[in-house]
Design a protein around this ligand. Sequence first.
Ligand SMILES: *Cc1c(COP(=O)(O)O)cnc(C)c1O
Length: 359
Amino acid sequence: MIYEEYAIFTPGPVKMSDEILQVGAKQTPYFRNSGFSEVTFACEKGLLEMVNAPEGSKVIFLTASGTAGMESAVMNLLDKNDNALVVNGGGFGARFVDICATHGVPHTNFKVANTNLSDIERLAPNGDHTALVVNAHETSIGHLYDLDAMGEYAVKQDLLYIVDAISMMVTDPLDMQQSNIDVVIASSQKGLALPPGLTMVILSPKAQQALKETHSLYFNFTDYLSNGERGQTPYTPAVTIMLQLEARLNQIKHRGGIAQSIADAKEVAVYFRESIQALPLKTFTPYMPNAMTALSPTDGKSAIDIVNELEAQYKVMVCPNGGAERDTVFRVSHMGEVTKAYTDILIDALHQYYGVARP
Ligand SMILES: *Cc1c(COP(=O)(O)O)cnc(C)c1O
């Protein structure tokens, strides 16, 4: 299964740039030396700048997929004396609920639909909460929450504000200081457009103060923080992906900075949505990120059939949904190395599939 010749619009792994692929083709270097410490420091500095982290923030680099970032954040920052308000608007929100349950963290399963929580003050259930936990972009349905409004609520209620930004950083605005975010969870294979295997947890000074004793060897953040002072990790890091991260952060800078990356993603997302208006497809939610468009067929066709046809006939990869949404929703990612010209491949394929001339 080699996808070199396929056009890729899946929400992770996403289309990567040649520059980043070339870094991945090189010999993995030894890392317990000052040369690699410099790489770690550069990655940390670049990430903290990108999300406008408050002074004194630190990055934990874990060799794992994004869910380990979610779980380790809960393990290190919440315990049985907490009460987490967990926003659950889909599969990833439900995962945070499961993580809290697994680790015995008292929590409220705050089920939401058809809202970006800009009125969270009115909607949030009462309860003596200590933390607010959310996936900024609920990737299962392409739905973006209002991080500023939630941050204001978190400040008012004195909640530790934990944000999984995995599938919206780089394509959509993320500002820790403006939104009063205490913890950001990031991962390599979405907006950062790197291979999977590196997850990062960004801790503000307030979050560092809030660290608890953790019953885990590998996921002990205190250990990562002390090793991080000399640019190292307690265990072998994803060396090559960190070299690719350093290159990617430089690439974002050279291309005009994070604001430009966000503007570019928005341009592609808007272009895609405007270009498919003649087709029997409707967008699934009004609160769409630049990162993704979730679509529902309006002509009774099955979403999974469309996904399979695009792959088999046109060598175009989009993403199916599971469970009850298998037939009603599929997703198109705008993350990674996708220009308007690249997106035309999908737009043309969809028009051909429906037998509709592109206007
Ligand atoms: C992809 C994703 C994750 C991480 O999933 P992994 O498969 O563990 O990498 C976590 N949260 C969100 C919102 C995601 O989109």
